[in-house]
Design a protein around this ligand. Sequence first.
Ligand SMILES: [Zn+2]
Ligand SMILES: [Zn+2]
Length: 346
Amino acid sequence: MRAVVVAGHGTVRLDDVPEPSVRHPTDAVVAVHRAAVCGTDLHVLADPEHCPAGTVLGHEFVGRVVAVGALVARHRVGDLVVGADYTSCGTCWWCRQGDHWQCARRQFFGTGSAYGEPLAGAQAEQVRVPFADVTLRSVPAGVPVEAAVFLADVMATGYAAVDRSGLRAGDVLAVIGGGPVGQLTSLVAQACGAGPVVLVEPVEGRRRCGTDGGAIAVPPDKARSAVDRLTEGRGADVVVDAVGGPGGLDTAFGLVRGRGSVVSVGLHPDERWGLPVSRAFVAELSLRFAVGDLARDGDRLVALLRSGLVDPTGVVSEVVPLEQAAQAYARAADRSVLKTVLRVAD
Ligand SMILES: [Zn+2]
Ligand SMILES: [Zn+2]
């Protein structure tokens, strides 16, 4: 079957790889209809140590079940499903708390060994899905596949950020970064009762997308004044860092009010960061981190999609056939597109 694989030197190519099959009774195999390209794909592409050449990429997918193991109870052959971007066992202590990311059996699709045992990705005609009852969720009738693919990671991450922040109705929220996760954080927050959302983003096209989604989108040098106007100079009640790295956190700490909270959902390749501890103490700030969890939050995420309260399809820049994956990755890398969805099958 055809699959998008790491080609080395930060590039991908379409390759012919063996079709997956059910290996464990809790596995399913899904024929992929749509798979999205994500910033995480670009990140692992630049990490040959964990993601060597030949790794099948992709962790955001919607498709139809084509095979199930004997112990899969919730899904049948033919079901339209969306996968969480990582697997979890569903039965350990962490999974029972609803913290599937902490599961020792976690495998992150298509990211090599960056976040656990390697598991072939979903930018392919078929993908093997371990612990299918936990990892897969049915796509309800009426939800378009281009919207459902956001459940895998981007919308789940935005939701986790909002949920973990303790955001209350009417709170002023600043979101650092207008990439797909920042955009979905803005949309989910508004659906969950946020007050004004200030989206901080240097790229003009991404600011336009944020404005279309109901946010006040500003470049970084205008962020503090925009927040000050809304809060009489106090700062944002909640700041979500959807960029990661020291820059995202520093910007977030520069916008949050006293007793406010910062939630970071960006990737952090750096081991360390200089926490502005004096201000954090005096201002009694909270800093938390969050990872999306479709297995935990799926019912609420689906409710937001089905009701139309959140429509992620405005974030999709292009839907292209799988054959054009290499060009799509190049466009994603130079940030000329916001979100690419690969059409694998109809
Ligand atoms: Zn992703
Ligand atoms: Zn578990």
